[in-house]
Structure formats: structure tokens, C-alpha cells
Write a protein that binds this ligand. Structure first.
Ligand code: GDP
Length: 445
């Protein structure tokens, strides 16, 4: 996600940070590069322009340029503006507390991933919210669409409305409402028909279904890979129906991120979720602040810790989060993380989520290391004494040779591990300087 943009911006900001003093021209030069990076990421032109204007206006201010860490301050301003551009601090992903059945209407073009996303959302509602859901497909145009939802329903363990061949969308919606009431379902998900492009018949049908089902949420599913087209589709839909939010699919394959970055500013609609894979658990709440951190190469530690909390003991996760925030982070913590990485799907999965990991990963790949590296690093840490783990600075040449022999590795492997540990420490300090990890405390509060 956002890989190329992130690489570009990290480059620009590394140079800015590296300088002691900054003049107005330096900021303007950097912003020109940022503007190009945004346009290459397929961000809508007016959005890129107003972003750059906002950042420049704040950054060339006297107090920023005269501060002790001007580069750092500029990055903070960019971070804040990115969050604003993505929709502000944090949106409530779903409001499910209305009178049941809460109706969620899913709309979008064919092939956007709408049906899959409906099932993903139903799964999330059952698993995370502990609510009972019912799904119904109103897609009578695409052959086998209703059947597809039924199969997905079985996979996510959420019931679907029995299919009556020949029944029309509005009647199916009525039957679904009735059935949801009878089954005492908390939430009813209506998967409306997708078309190849926005057309009048589709819009009329959608409105008819909305007027009888009175949806609490109308969520538009769009494919992030279509970039600005996704934004245009959202604009068209929102002129016809009151969208409560957008779900961007295929974010896993979207290195540019233009749709995600422009959506809110152009349409005024919040992105509520991101689809991040074909599997039915690959749906994530969209948190602007976390996404901004990820784009700026500062990792997404909050999401990482959350994910970690699913696979490790809560105590470990608590301890890790606390130590990360304090900027203390020894070999024991690194080892805990390495094990979690193995459990969470290896390096590729985590690159970009952990501060400094991206650079560390690139360095490792250059030297021909792969996922086995995790196992090897674990072995290296296992060969250190408790004192060395708590204070890696103790590792002089002699100790390194001992650890290498003990773990069946080379001294250069030990050096790489220490370098990675340092990179991570540095990145975390940077986050701390920028005001810490909001939400991390609350997560475990
Ligand atoms: P619909 O026509 O809009 O209902 O689209 P489908 O739900 O049938 O999805 C079309 C294809 O996109 C399927 O193969 C899905 O597995 C795939 N898909 C949906 N969401 C995502 C996603 O977030 N990431 C990836 N990689 N694939 C997705």
C-alpha cells in the first residue's frame, strides 16, 4: 500500500531533516517534489494543489524555520495535513446501535469487489461486534450473483436470504426486511446489483430499494486500483444517493494510493474500510492517522500492535507497546517481535508497518536474506546472555564471535541485527518527538 509514494516522500523528508537550518526556498523546493510525488500517486490535481498550499503556508512561518528542528516540524505539518486530507483524526467505522434490523446497503459497479466485501463486512459484524447479521443479494442481473453470496455466507458463517428465482430487487428487499425481523437479526446487509458503468436504470433501482429499506448506512464499494475513476464513480453515486461512506477494495495491490488520498477531499465522503486481500478476513477499518504514518514511512505501529495482540499474549503486547512509547526497546522486545512476525506472515507482510522495517528489509534483500532471517535472528538473540539482551551495547567483537558461534551464524549477521535494532529505535524516537502514538495508550488502557 502506498509504496511508491511512501518511498518518494521519505526521500524528500530525509533530506529536509538532515539539514540544520531551513530557508523558505528549501521548503518550497521540497514542496515541489512532494507535489510531483502526489501527482504521480494519481492524486487529483486540485487536492494536491490545496495540500501543498496549506503545508507551505504553515511551514514557511517564522517560528517553524527558526526552530531547532525545522525539518522535523515540516514533516509534522505534512503529517497533520495528510490526516486532514484523508478525513481527519478518526471516523467511527460503523454505527450499528440503531433499532434493529440496522440496514446496510452495499452499492457499486460490477467487479468492484462488492459481493466479497459484503461477506467480509458480515463476518466482521459477527466476529468483532458480536451481532447477528443476515445478507441478501438483490443482484438479479448477473447470473449466479445470488448463489455467490450464499456460498460466501456459508464461509463466513452468516445466513443469507433463501433465493427465489425471478423475484425482483424491491420485492427481495421487502422479504429480507421481514425475514430479518423474524430471525431477530441485528443487521441486514443488502448487496445491490452492480453494473458495468453508472446508468439510470441502476440508479432508479437503487433508490427504490433505499426508499423501502431505509438504510442506516449506504456504503459504496470501489476498486482503489482504478485511481481517479474510483473517485469519479463515488462522485456520481453521491449525487444520486446519500452515501454514508466508501469502502476501497484491492488496497493490497495499490502502490499509488491516489483514490484513497483524493476520495475524502473530492467527494466529502469518509473511507470507512479498506479491502486488503482476497481472503474473507482481509478488511480493515480505515484510520486516517495510521495511514498517514504509513505513508510517511513512520510505520503503523498501532495496527501492528493490534494485529500482534491477536497472536500473542496480551501481556507481551502491553509490555511491547509501553516500551515502544518510552523509547526503550531491547533485544528481548526485538525477539518477541521477531516471533510475532513469523506468526503474522513474515517480513513482506510487515514491511511498512513497523518503523524502520522498510529500510531494514531493503538492506536485507540486498544482501540476499529472506524470511529465514527471522529464524536466524531469533537464534542469534537466543545465544546472547540476559545482560547482552538488555543492553546490546555490551556486544564487543569478542562477544559477537561467541554469539555467532553459538547461533551458527557469522559476525556480520550479528552486526546486521544490531543495525536493524538501531534503525527501529531511531524511528521510534522520531515518532515520540512527533507527539507519540495517539491511541496506543487507549488501546491497552
Ligand atoms: P462484484 O462484482 O463487485 O461483486 O465483485 P466480487 O465480489 O465478485 O469480486 C471480484 C474479485 O475481486 C474477486 O475475485 C475477489 O476475490 C476480488 N477482491 C475483492 N476485494 C478484494 C481486495 O480487497 N483485494 C484483492 N486482492 N482482491 C479482492
Amino acid at each position: 500500500m502506498f509504496d511508491s509514494l511512501s518511498d518518494r516522500l521519505t526521500g524528500v523528508f530525509d533530506r529536509l531533516r538532515g539539514r540544520g537550518a531551513l530557508g523558505e526556498q528549501d521548503v518550497r523546493d521540497a514542496m515541489r517534489e512532494v507535489r510531483i510525488a502526489l501527482l504521480e500517486a494519481d492524486v487529483a490535481l486540485p487536492v494536491a494543489r490545496s495540500f501543498i498550499d496549506a503545508v507551505t503556508e504553515k511551514a514557511v512561518g517564522h517560528s517553524v524555520l527558526k526552530s531547532v528542528t525545522p525539518g522535523q516540524q515540516v514533516v509534522k505539518i505534512v503529517n497533520d495535513e495528510l490526516i486532514a486530507m484523508l478525513g481527519g483524526e478518526d471516523a467511527a467505522p460503523l454505527d450499528l446501535d440503531a433499532k434493529p434490523p440496522v440496514v446496510i446497503m452495499m452499492v457499486g459497479l460490477q467487479g468492484s469487489g462488492k459481493t466479497t466485501t459484503t461477506a467480509k463486512l458480515a463476518r466482521m459484524i459477527r466476529e468483532k461486534h458480536g451481532k447477528k447479521a443476515l445478507m441478501a443479494s438483490l443482484d438479479v442481473n448477473r447470473p449466479a450473483a445470488q448463489e455467490q453470496l450464499k456460498v460466501l455466507g456459508e464461509q463466513v458463517d452468516v445466513s443469507t436470504l433463501p433465493i427465489i428465482t425471478g423475484q425482483q430487487p424491491v420485492d427481495i428487499a421487502k422479504r429480507a426486511m421481514e425475514s430479518a425481523r423474524l430471525q431477530a437479526a441485528d443487521v441486514l446487509l443488502l448487496d445491490t446489483a452492480g453494473r458495468l458503468h453508472v446508468d439510470e436504470a441502476l440508479m432508479a433501482e437503487m433508490k427504490a430499494v433505499a426508499s423501502i429499506s431505509k438504510p442506516h448506512e449506504v456504503l459504496l464499494v470501489v476498486d482503489s486500483l482504478t485511481g481517479q475513476d474510483a473517485v469519479n464513480v463515488a462522485q456520481n453515486f453521491s449525487e444520486e444517493i446519500d452515501l454514508t461512506g466508501v469502502i476501497l477494495t484491492r488496497m493490497d495491490g495499490d502502490a499509488r494510493g491516489g483514490a484513497a488520498l483524493s476520495m475524502r477531499a473530492v467527494t466529502g465522503k469518509p473511507i470507512k474500510f479498506a479491502g486488503t486481500g482476497e481472503k474473507l478476513d482481509a478488511l480493515e477499518a480505515f484510520h486516517p492517522s495510521r495511514v498517514a504514518n504509513r505513508i510517511l514511512g513512520m510505520g503503523d505501529v498501532v495496527s501492528l500492535v493490534e494485529r500482534a495482540a491477536q497472536v500473542v499474549e496480551k501481556e507481551d503486547a502491553d509490555r511491547m507497546a509501553e516500551r515502544m512509547m518510552k523509547g526503550q526497546f531491547d533485544m528481548n522486545d526485538l525477539r518477541t517481535q521477531l516471533r510475532q512476525m513469523q506468526n503474522m506472515g513474515g517480513l513482506g507482510m510487515l514491511a511498512g508497518m513497523l518503523p524502520g522495517m522498510k529500510k531494514a528489509k531493503a538492506a536485507m534483500q540486498q544482501s540476499g536474506m529472506d524470511d529465514n532471517v527471522l529464524v536466524r535472528m531469533d537464534a542469534i538473540i537466543g545465544s546472547m546472555t540476559a545482560k547482552e539482551r538488555a543492553n546490546p551495547a555490551l556486544l564487543n567483537a569478542k562477544r559477537k564471535r561467541r554469539v555467532a558461534a553459538g547461533s551458527g551464524t557469522q559476525v556480520q549477521d550479528i552486526n546486521r541485527l544490531l543495525k536493524m535494532h538501531q534503525e527501529m529505535g531511531k524511528a521510534m524516537k522520531q515518532i515520540k518527538k512527533m507527539g507519540g502514538l495517539k491511541g496506543l495508550g487507549a488501546l491497552f488502557g
